[in-house]
Design a protein around this ligand. Sequence first.
Ligand code: RB5
Length: 148
Amino acid sequence: MQIAIGSDHAGYSLKQTIKGCLSEMGHTYEDFGCYDSGSVDYPDIAFAVADAVANGRFNQGILICGTGIGMSMVANKVPGIRAAICHNTFSARRAREHTNANVLCIGGRIVGEGVVREVITTYLGAEFIGGRHARRLEKLHAREQRDT
Ligand code: RB5
């Protein structure tokens, strides 16, 4: 899978861990920053990753800030993006199966290496199951198109 990944300073350390996990799992990624632990503004990174996923260059995005909240708020402003905050495997599986999430948001100040490894594995291994869930997403995107 081709993955766009990014973090702010609060997510920088966990992003390094996640990149190692992705390589171990055989995925390829592009890092959209930040590139050290100096302070940055999460919208700059979130928009870059979300745009790269929305325009089809990448299958999935992963965004890490302190809580995952700011990153998810910004990413979900980009048409076509369905960003989900997941800090456990139940959420990670449902994010893909039910809501066909295409950006995973994680709080670097919330979870550690063991949890994030399982979350990433579960999220990337799950698939959208369609059916009634497709109908619900159609409603979401119909509203999105009306407003853009
Ligand atoms: C940065 O201090 C912090 O506000 C940011 O990483 C994120 O948690 C916002 O949601």
